[in-house]
Design a protein around this ligand. Structure first.
Ligand SMILES: Nc1ncnc2c1ncn2[C@@H]1O[C@H](COP(=O)(O)OP(=O)(O)O)[C@@H](O)[C@H]1O
Ligand SMILES: Nc1ccn([C@H]2C[C@H](O)[C@@H](COP(=O)(O)OP(=O)(O)O)O2)c(=O)n1
Length: 249
């Protein structure tokens, strides 16, 4: 089946009216990478352009963290955090155009992005019991979406969807990632706070999952020197290569 790309939302990319991609029944695109590399924003745009569902797995780790802080569950108590991940009711957007996260019916879309959550989320990310439960939930979501979905996080290419049709690491230099995150947070954070939320967090998260190096068969896109539209194009080109797309006239 061939599907034409709809008009890209971001229009700085070269317009390729003949752009087409060969899509099978299933198309899981797995994207991992460090903080601030552009995973969420780029994955959403790729999902829009290919007409796929979208799953932000980091939002799930953030939601568990929010829930624990809100319910005064000690993040150092591994069993309690795992139990929270198992029992909490969780709703999340699965399309790229809506953005919402609810925990036990409470809208936490905005609070889970706050620096307080970024500073504490590694306690959940390094809890192996909580990870197991979240991976289980993520795999169920992929199945519910009939395996037509872009999934982004840290262990998607290796653990959650190792058989995805297209797997890639999206990376960028530390300098680019700090600059982007600083701008995204409206210049409210000092250099030291940004380094803590981006670099120190990546260092902690790396102790349980390797999202810096591409596993066998995983492509790498480095967006340090690319703008947003160019990065989206680069990812889509990788998807085309991964699904053995034959170039169209
Ligand atoms: N290639 C790029 N060039 C410039 N800014 C980018 C690029 N990719 C993403 N961004 C911006 O950087 C910020 C961080 O991106 P985000 O998608 O939240 O990263 P991640 O999910 O990897 O932490 C966002 O404001 C996003 O719009
Ligand atoms: N699949 C995933 C997704 C996120 N995580 C962890 C690692 C991160 O510190 C937190 C938050 O992830 P998120 O993607 O929202 O973080 P960034 O926006 O990239 O800074 O969750 C993970 O361990 N595994």
């Amino acid at each position: 089946m061939f599907v034409s790309f709809p008009e890209p939302v971001v229009k700085t990319a070269p317009v390729r009216t003949t752009e087409r991609i060969r899509l099978g029944k299933t198309l899981v695109i797995a994207i991992d990478g460090p903080s601030g590399s552009g995973k969420s924003s780029v994955s959403k745009e790729v999902a829009r352009r290919l007409g796929l569902a979208f799953l932000d797995t980091g939002a799930m780790y953030r939601a568990v963290t929010w829930h624990c802080l809100n319910a005064k569950i000690d993040l150092k108590n591994a069993a309690a955090v795992e139990a929270a991940a198992r029992t909490m009711r969780f709703e999340q957007n699965l399309t790229p155009d809506a953005d919402f996260v609810k925990v036990n019916g409470i809208n936490v879309t905005e609070p889970i992005r706050r620096p307080e959550i970024s500073q504490n989320v590694s306690a959940v990310a390094t809890n192996l019991g909580a990870r197991k439960e979240l991976v289980r939930r993520q795999q169920a979501i992929i199945a519910e979406c009939n395996q037509r979905i872009v999934v982004e996080g840290r262990d998607i290419t290796t653990v959650v969807a190792p058989n995805a049709e297209a797997r890639l690491i999206l990376t960028a230099s530390e300098e680019a990632r700090l600059r982007r995150r600083g701008r995204q947070l409206g210049g409210t954070q000092t250099a030291a706070q940004l380094a803590e939320q981006v670099l120190a967090r990546d260092a902690k998260d790396s102790t349980v999952v390797d999202f810096q190096r591409a596993a066998d068969g995983v492509f790498t896109v480095d967006s340090s020197e690319l703008d947003f539209a160019q990065t989206v194009d680069a990812v889509i080109n990788v998807v085309r290569r991964a699904v053995n797309e034959v170039p169209t006239a």
